[in-house]
Ligand binder design. Sequence first.
Ligand code: ZN
Length: 322
Amino acid sequence: MTTSPQTLPPFALQPQFVARIWGTRDLSAWYPEMAPGEPIGEAWLSGDACLAHSGPLAGQTLGRIFAEDAPRMIGVASADSPLLIKILFAQEKLSVQVHPDDAMAQRKGFPRGKTECWYALEAAPGAEVACGLKPDATLAAIEASLHDQTLENWLNALPVSTGEMIFVDAGTVHAIWPGSVLLETQQNCDLTYRLYDYGRPRPLHIQESLEALRLHTRAGKIPPVVQRDRTVLLDSTYFRIEKLAFSGGLNSSQLLNPDEAPALSYLFAGRHRITVKTAQQETVPWPANALLAVPACCEAFQLSSAEPAEVIRIVASQPLTS
Ligand SMILES: [Zn+2]
């Protein structure tokens, strides 16, 4: 049987590794095939340059797939990839930064702002991130603290444990600090304003940061909502993130919520070894710590695992067309 032109099978995406000064030289626990080299900070799991690993679109970049196949990927005629999903391996403090909301990004000529969230795949004892400002912070106090390098005193330090979800809406002053490995889901937008870098010599974007930041946001830990067949980790305007545990098998129809319209989603299974089979009984390769893209028009498929397994399911809400 051949694939009908209206549908697509699920396909894995090849991660793209990005060197960062705050990254790690040893990714062997996550990607055993990676040779030690320059410090890797980010594995981009759904970047525009990530290649489809299998199926009729194999070898194409995700950016090109959206340019040519948006209706099948996301169900609208013209859209770029709405979500950027990464794993962050911070060995040092990342800069303190802020992202614009949709309105500010669009004023600057970009299609969307950047709301993001972090799911802790791993966290060492004592791991923390900076998420938001202390309740009594004022814009004047923040500006003054930039002059005397004391901004850290105004940051809300949040302890992180494995399995926790932290929401970081646009406008939140935030920083990833070492000690955790985070699965980051964000709106696919390339606007990051660096407010403070602990005296490191990288450029800052103070004016834009002060314009984008909000003293009070909804950022913080999101308690999981346990439902009959899944745990909802986060339900936001731009993405919904769920965890589904299963043993044996799981049909693609069981991944859907009862009221869910066809939507683009991504599955992440970490190191769980899950076999993916299409309705035609073809096996879809799914490497460890890579995403399985499930297009809006995806054919039925089956997940199976010899051991109890868990998948994180990231569903894109309807994108802004660009
Ligand atoms: Zn950020």
